[in-house]
Design a protein around this ligand. Structure first.
Ligand code: ZN
Length: 662
């Protein structure tokens, strides 16, 4: 903590949105200009929450794979000793590998979840390892140098060992074949599913999200949970998080926000999921606070069974002007629900409390760092969403940074079919993109209802893809609606065409750039986009609604009939909502397996080739700003300074050093 009295400086004349590029990754930066306009008290609150947001980093590494923290620590120890050898082949390869590990919070790719292949040799690493003193090694639990080396050698160099973090392949035991660390040795998929299904059934309608915050292990032949809480598993990290939440309490904006923080502390102390539900309810109710945050075990994408949540954190503050846009949408939520193409029995008679605001991120942590979402919609608990609504946000400064970075990347010129489409995208693309995100988050996820007796988990492994498709389709259908012009959100009746074009282009072609040759589509959002685009292509084929045309050896999307395309989206929305409402597992499976997963290898190779020609990294992530608190003699925070100059490796090494909990 800093005691000198220099003024807060958010300005930085050398700021650039883009930073270094390595492997398939591009580092970006985001600005927090609105931070300077916060009151001192709000800045102090935000500061304490950013500290809480950094202390859980090690939890995520361990969740992603039990070897990750050791790999990171050893590679970092080698990296910091080798400053003079950065250009050696082996050292350069190790540097790239370490940067990828930092980005993915582990040894598996953050998106494909496939294990990284090192471009340095085992002999090189053995040499470097031998030079490290014992004091630089993570030797604990009775492990000696040789034992640690064997562990590292196997996880880094044996391609058959833990090849995938999250395996979704139909028909295999997903627990046994996934490298993530949510289930103990010998726990099978079938028994884990049965264990939690029984708990859910016993708890009835207001069941907590059982299993969300624990490792399921076998102990004396019985299944048992190791709960993530103070004094329990990950207790060292959680205790630090609690410490900073306690400090944040001093600066809370209101009683409502104090309640939120107190409930979260209580939950971290006890690990009680009913307390987590109380926290979520209090958090949804607090819509007035300018500074807000997420800190906890939230999303379940990292568990092949979708039960266990990875640790993530976000601190944010309200962007007042842009929030007006989403409030307009929310205020009309019932109109949108009532006019949707979904069968009446699957619509919600009363859409409740969809609060919506645009926020700026102040810090990204855990599973939101460095790769982040551009919008969030929480809580995930279905019964809380139904009874209390949800808080839905678009992260404005992150979206802006992406847009600035992609402008001038040459992507549109390469893949858009002609000048007329290109012009329309340049004119309306940013606006319609933001609106689609708003519609997806504010209305899409909150729309529709389950039929009585249908389990929210009925679609199992296909649930996430179907849910994202539902939200995307809701947005696609309404972005073309004249209601948006009436509400003053869009100026031209043609604007939506810009978004339809880029959506189809992405779903059919450009998102394939993120996938390795020979692989399939795995991630739920990507599956959803391909599902929608391919389904529309197939079902509009007879009427030539959308086509893939080849010109001079290059494939392009051509949309011949935008209105008919909207009609196709409406049809698919109705079907996807029916699947969700009735828990039609077979239909979900057929839809996802038919359209969402497989890739035409010829088209894939073409996209990769054209992408390579552009030199664009398919994945992007962010370097956080750095915050330093200025305190008075009594330890009260009197100001918070913001700087942007920290390099990617500096930031990662600082986090590893200053927030080493596990
Ligand atoms: Zn979504």
């Amino acid at each position: 903590m800093n005691n000198d009295n220099q003024p807060c400086s958010a300005g930085d004349s050398t700021f650039s949105y883009t930073d270094e590029k390595f492997a398939d990754l591009q580092m970006l930066r985001y600005r927090v200009d609105g931070f300077a306009r916060l009151t001192v008290r709000q800045k102090a609150l935000a500061y304490c929450l950013t500290e809480a947001a950094l202390w859980g980093r090690d939890i995520l590494y361990d969740q992603n794979c039990r070897h990750n923290i050791k790999v990171r620590k050893v590679l970092e120890a080698i990296y910091v000793t080798g400053a003079g050898r950065r250009d050696d082949d082996g050292f350069a390869a190790l540097t790239t590998y370490l940067k990828r590990v930092w980005f993915a919070n582990g040894v598996h790719h953050h998106y494909s979840t496939v294990k990284f292949e090192p471009a340095f040799s085992e002999a090189f690493l053995a040499d470097e390892y031998a030079k490290l003193p014992d004091s630089a090694l993570p030797l604990d639990g009775g492990q000696d140098r040789d034992g640690l080396w064997d562990e590292l050698r196997r996880i880094i160099f044996d391609p058959s060992y833990m090849p995938k973090r999250v395996n979704q392949a139909d028909g295999q035991d997903l627990v046994a074949t996934s490298a993530c660390n949510y289930y103990g040795d010998g726990v099978t998929q079938a028994e884990a599913e049965a264990y939690y299904a029984a708990k859910r059934q016993a708890a009835g309608d207001h069941s907590p999200e059982w299993g969300l915050n624990s490792t399921l292990v076998r102990r004396d032949g019985q299944l048992a949970e190791m709960v993530w809480r103070a004094g329990g598993r990950y207790g060292e990290a959680i205790t630090h998080i609690i410490g900073w939440l306690n400090r944040a309490l001093e600066y809370a904006e209101s009683e409502a926000q104090r309640t939120v923080i107190i409930k979260l502390i209580e939950y971290y102390l006890t690990g009680d999921l009913r307390t987590f539900d109380q926290y979520s309810i209090a958090w949804v109710a607090d819509t007035a606070s300018v500074v807000d945050f997420v800190n906890g075990f939230i999303e379940t994408y990292g568990d092949p069974l979708g039960i266990k949540a990875s640790w993530e954190a976000l601190v944010d503050y309200k962007d007042v002007a842009a929030t007006a846009r989403t409030e307009t949408i929310s205020a009309n939520a019932q109109w949108f629900e009532d006019h949707s193409p979904v069968a009446a029995e699957y619509r919600k008679p009363e859409v409740k409390g969809v609060s919506a605001k645009v926020i700026d991120a102040a810090i990204l942590g855990g599973d939101l760092y460095p790769s982040t979402a551009i919008g969030i919609n929480l809580p995930n608990s279905n019964w809380i969403r139904a009874a209390y609504g949800s808080k839905s946000v678009t992260i404005g400064n992150i979206t802006h940074a992406y847009n600035v970075a992609s402008r001038g990347s040459g992507l549109l010129d390469e893949f858009v079919i002609d000048d007329a489409e290109l012009q329309r995208i340049r004119t309306y693309g940013d606006v319609t993109d933001e609106l689609h995100t708003d519609l997806h988050e504010c209305l899409g996820h909150g729309s529709g209802r389950l039929m009585p007796g249908v389990s929210p988990d009925a679609l199992k492994a296909y649930g996430a893809t179907i849910e994202e498709a539902r939200a995307d389709l809701f947005g696609l259908y309404y972005i073309a609606d004249s209601k948006l012009i009436e509400l003053g959100l869009i100026t031209s009746p043609d604007a939506y065409k810009a978004h339809y074009y880029t959506y189809m282009m992405n779903g059919l072609m450009t998102q394939l750039a993120r996938i390795a040759p020979g692989a399939q589509v795995e991630e739920a959002h990507m599956r959803n986009r391909q599902l929608i685009a391919r389904w529309a292509l197939e079902h509009g084929r007879a009427d030539h609604v959308v086509e893939l045309v080849v010109r001079d050896g290059k494939t392009y999307v051509r949309i011949n009939d935008y209105e008919a395309l909207r009609g196709l989206f409406a049809r698919l929305l109705a079907e996807v909502q029916r699947i969700k409402s009735t828990g039609d597992y077979d239909a979900a499976r057929t839809l996802v397996e038919t359209y969402g997963i497989t890739i035409d290898p010829v088209l894939h190779a073409e996209v990769l080739g054209r992408y390579a020609g552009l030199g664009i990294a398919p994945y992007k992530g962010f370097i956080n700003p750095r915050y330093e608190a200025v305190t008075d003699a009594a330890g009260r925070i009197t100001d918070v300074r913001v700087t942007y100059g920290e390099a990617y490796d500096e930031q990662m090494l600082r986090y590893s050093r200053d927030y080493a909990a596990l």
